[in-house]
Write a protein that binds this ligand. Structure first.
Ligand SMILES: [Zn+2]
Length: 225
């Protein structure tokens, strides 16, 4: 066994109420936490997670699982999710089959939040959503859009926070998916290869094809649809 080393992340300039909430906010946070805890206790005996997992959003990973956090200079609990930076409005997809177990427009810390029950205690949390497009009890297939990336809750910019729980335990979502695909870089027009050369044209088509399919090429076959 090897000791895993975690990174330290400093986030400054957060509104003070987000770092040290007042009495009213604490009541609200407790209420919301008990809703989340109830979802984490679900023990649905359907193995939805067998679809395997795909990234809910393709973007730049800006925060990894387990990083220590110092908010406005104050040490706080480690970060148990993966942060993926993407533009507001980018569709957020269910990483595996499941049933929507929580759909909230505005939780104190996580803003627009969707929780998906993948069966047998495995749940996904998708946070800081700008839009929530599903309702509690709704079945979702892997890849279905459940909302949109946003900057709601305790955030410094638009991104998706993705967490995976197994009951009380936190799992590192990155261990469930292939490496984040590189975003496709489109060269500016003047650097395009000579289109009269068939090799140049062929290469571009291949690039586009593989970039598009990589998202679906998870380790799992996914639902047949
Ligand atoms: Zn996060």
């Amino acid at each position: 066994m090897r000791t895993r080393r975690y990174e330290t992340q400093r986030i400054d300039g957060l509104p003070e109420r987000m770092v040290t909430p007042g009495a009213e906010a604490l009541k609200r946070i407790r209420r919301e936490n008990s809703r989340i805890a109830a979802v984490r206790r679900l023990d649905t005996d359907r193995p939805y997670y067998r679809t395997g997992f795909v990234w809910p959003v393709i973007g730049t990973v800006t925060g990894v699982y387990g990083s220590r956090r110092i908010l406005n200079g104050e040490p706080r609990r480690p970060h148990y999710g993966i942060d993926i930076a993407a533009d507001t409005g980018t569709p957020v997809r269910s990483p595996a089959d499941g049933i929507v177990a929580l759909a909230a427009d505005d939780l104190y810390f996580t803003g627009g939040t969707v929780m998906i029950d993948h069966g047998f205690g495995l749940t996904t949390v998708l946070s800081h959503l700008d839009a929530v497009d599903v309702g509690v009890g709704q079945p979702v297939r892997q890849g279905d859009v459940v909302g949109a990336v946003g900057a709601t809750g305790r955030v410094t910019g638009p991104h998706l926070d993705w967490r995976v729980n197994w009951f009380d335990a936190r799992l590192d979502p990155a261990l469930l998916v292939p490496p984040m695909p590189k975003r496709q870089l489109r060269p500016p027009p003047k650097t395009l290869p000579d289109l009269s050369r068939p090799t140049g044209r062929g290469a571009r088509t291949t690039d586009r094809g593989s970039g598009g399919s990589r998202f679906r090429e998870s380790r799992s076959p996914g639902p047949s649809r």
